[in-house]
Structure formats: C-alpha cells, structure tokens
Design a binder for this molecule. Structure first.
Ligand code: HEC
Length: 405
C-alpha cells in the first residue's frame, strides 16, 4: 500500500489483535435493524460514533460562520485609524517599525514580523498593545480596540476583508472541526490516517498531540473563511458510514450498499475503495482495490463473497477518492456488521409464530435441524442439540409473545 501524499503524516500500525478493542471505542451504540426476508438471520448494525460527533461540530461551525459573516474587519476603516491616532507619532516613517500603512506594518520591524496572520497571540504587535506596553504611558488602547486587532489578525491580517483566495467551501476539511482529533485522524484496521491540521499522531504513546496547525491559517485544502475566491483546492473527508451503509448477510457472503451516501455538492468524486476488516486485518475488495491498473469504480453496491461466521464482528471501511484529495486515505468511513442467528425465527420473517414452531417440529422429527443454515436458529436453548426442549421453548415464547426479548 502506498501511503504518501500531501499532508499525510504517519501510518501507524497497531498489532492486529488490538484493533477490535479500538473498534468498540468508536462504537456508540447498536440497534436491531430488521431481518432480511427469507434469510434466517439477525443483523446488528453498529452506528459509527464519529458521525454523531460530526453532527455536533457542524453546528458549532455554523455558529462560527454566522459570527464571521457579520464581523469581517476592514483594515483601512477600522485598524489603520487606531495606529494613526495612537502609534504613528513614534512609529512613523522612521527606521525600525513603521505603522503608517498596511504594507509597512507587514514588513515588520528590525526584529522581524510583528503580525503573524491568523495567530494574534504570537503577534508582537498584539502582545504589546494587550499588555499595555504600547503605547507607552497611561493612554492604553481600549479593550475593544485590542480585541479588534486580534480579530483582524485571526482573519488573516488582510488589507481587504476576504481578498485572498483559497478553499471557499465550508463542507471541506475545516479548522472548526479540527478542534477534536477524532474527526480527521481515522483508525482503519489499526492504521492511523492522520489528515488533521491541528494534531499530530504521536507514534510513541499512541495519542494525538495538539500542534495547533490552524493557528497559522487553514492547512492546504482546508476551508478558509477569509477567502473570497475559490482556488479549487478544497479537500473532503466525507465517506459512506453508519446508516448510509446497508448490509445484507446471505449464505455465501455479505452485500454492502451505500447508495444512500451523498457526497458534498462541490466535490468531484473519482472512485470508491473498500476494505473488509476482521481481527486479523483488512483486505481489499476485488474491483474496489487501490491498484493503479484497476479502473476507477464509482458503483455503490458490492457483494463480498465471503464465508462469514455468526457473531463475529466485521468492519467495512469505504474510502472515497475525491479529485483534490492527495489519495483515497483522506476520506474513509467505517461501518460494522455482526451477522447472528436469531433463535427460533425459523423462516426468517422477523417474527415468531406457529409457522416457526411447525418448521422447528418438522426438522426435529426429521433430525435435520443441523442442516438449516448451521442449525443455529433451531437451537432455542443453546445446548447444541435440536429436540423437544427447543420446540417447548419456542412454543412458550410464542404464547408469551416474548421471543427474541
Ligand atoms: C511614545 C512613543 C511610542 C508610541 C506612541 C508607541 N510606541 Fe511602540 N515602541 C516605542 C519604542 C521606543 C519602542 C522600542 C522599545 C521597545 O521595544 O519597547 C517600541 C516598540 C514597539 C514594538 C516592538 C517592535 C519590535 O519588534 O522591535 C511594537 C510591536 C510596537 N512598539 C507597537 C506599537 C503600537 C501598536 C503602538 C500604538 C498602539 C505603539 N507602539 C505606540 C515607542 C512608541
């Protein structure tokens, strides 16, 4: 596998036997999603916790954008007047620091830059006015003026608000979502895909470390709230997962259908790439692999011919290659399925009634319950045998209407 590309930092391998534990840590809850008609199966879907987290963060991003759209600071009418009235008497056209115009300010002082775009706390100019050191004496700037300077810097320290170009699609990777490392560092089969701007995956301690990449402006491909012209650089993280992925377990394999997944409107989707992960590790699905000789595949349905075991958790990772993403690892979603038998539902219709009792009685009499899909649905009491005790158990729960409960 090739893991190079853009800002991809680390590929972190965990011993395969530990990933199933990891898998549970991102699993918030599971729910019973229904039975596949004519199949004697119970399917438990796991919903990926990551998705729920995204939902919340989207909301805070919206709040953030709402604030910004009403607050872009205009340098010439709001910032330069502050410098003109409080600073230029000393920092005029002289050598050293010249605060008389935008270009002169951005040239910095003899000691270097005094304004670091997007990062007010590291900007010497802000540090000096915030501490009250500048202007000297007791004619400090007001709190509002100090905050306005901070806001102007954090918006990119532009001369014209929104005059720069960058990724203008808020749906793309963005710094607001990157507050939490779980959003942009993906764990697929024990391999960490680090697409984060603010975080670095520390290989020694297996933890994300905050490095604050967004403080010096959005990373390449990240949404830039200060940009007015789109430069076509947007990268996307959206991949099918959770209940956008519908599984159906069949005798000879599992079908995976992610046609419910809708990629972001502005994203150009090139291909899907699918892995099946078991405790031993992950393998690529034929037709959805990553070999450069495979033609790009945009189908949203796949049948994985595979001898699954009841009760064994399976994780499917679906990756999306978008036009601007350096490679498929920039958009990966994971979904889980645990195919199980549901005792007593002999005909697999999702209910328990007299038809099931008849089917069970028939196979017990014919001594061929073991031939029915592994025999598991017939083994009501789980003792490994199929006999009258199972029929009684089924009859009892049908009468009491509590089968499966
Ligand atoms: C009364 C004169 C005076 C005024 C008014 C004044 N400064 Fe200064 N400033 C100085 C002097 C002298 C220094 C150099 C000594 C020092 O670094 O403290 C300085 C240094 C600085 C530096 C550090 C430059 C560097 O990197 O070496 C910054 C930034 C600065 N001033 C910003 C401001 C701002 C912003 C204002 C207005 C809000 C302002 N100053 C108003 C006299 C002034």
């Amino acid at each position: 596998m090739n893991f190079t590309g853009g800002q991809f930092r680390y590929k972190y391998e965990i011993e395969p036997r530990t990933w199933s534990k990891k898998l549970h840590s991102v699993t918030e809850y599971f729910y019973f999603a229904g039975l596949i008609s004519s199949k004697l199966l119970q399917i438990i879907y796991y919903k990926n916790g990551v998705k729920m987290m995204r939902g919340l963060i989207k909301y805070s991003l919206w709040v953030c954008l709402f604030g910004l759209s009403f607050g872009l600071v205009d340098y010439n009418s709001e910032i330069q007047p502050i410098f003109n009235s409080a600073c230029t008497s000393c920092h005029g056209s002289s050598a050293g620091l010249d605060l008389s115009s935008y270009n002169n300010i951005m040239m910095g002082s003899n000691n270097g830059d005094v304004v670091i775009p997007y990062d007010h706390a590291s900007s010497e100019l802000w540090v000096r006015v915030n501490s009250g050191q500048m202007p000297p004496g007791n004619n400090d700037l007001t709190d509002e003026q100090v905050d306005l300077i901070a806001q102007w810097i954090d918006e990119g320290a532009l001369e014209e608000p929104g005059s720069s170009s960058g990724c203008t699609d808020p749906e793309a990777y963005n710094c607001a979502d990157d507050d939490s490392w779980e959003n942009y560092i993906f764990d697929i089969g024990g391999t960490m895909y680090d697409n984060s701007c603010n975080w670095d995956w520390n290989l020694d301690v297996s933890e994300a470390e905050y490095v604050g990449g967004c403080e010096s402006g959005p990373c390449v491909g990240y949404y830039n709230p200060g940009a007015s012209t789109d430069d076509g650089s947007c990268r996307y993280y959206h991949a099918p997962h959770g209940n956008e992925v519908v599984f159906a377990a069949e005798d000879d394999g599992i079908s995976i259908d992610w046609s419910a997944f809708i990629p972001p409107v502005n994203a150009v989707l090139e291909s899907y790439h699918v892995q099946r992960c078991l405790e031993e590790g992950c393998s690529w699905m034929p037709g959805f692999g990553i070999s450069p000789t495979e033609p790009p595949n945009t189908n949203t349905l796949l049948f994985d011919e595979f001898d699954w075991e009841a009760g064994v958790e399976i994780k499917y990772a679906i990756a999306v290659k978008y036009e601007n993403n350096p490679y498929w690892g920039w958009a990966i979603g994971a979904s889980y399925i645990t195919p199980l038998w549901w005792p007593g539902d002999m005909n697999g219709d999702g209910g328990w009634n007299v038809l099931d009792i008849v089917a069970l009685a028939n196979c017990v009499l014919a001594a061929n319950c073991g031939g029915i899909e592994g025999g598991l649905p017939a083994d009501m009491n789980g003792d490994g045998n199929y006999n009258v005790l199972d029929i009684v158990a089924l009859a009892n729960c049908v009468l009491a209407d509590n089968c499966g409960g």
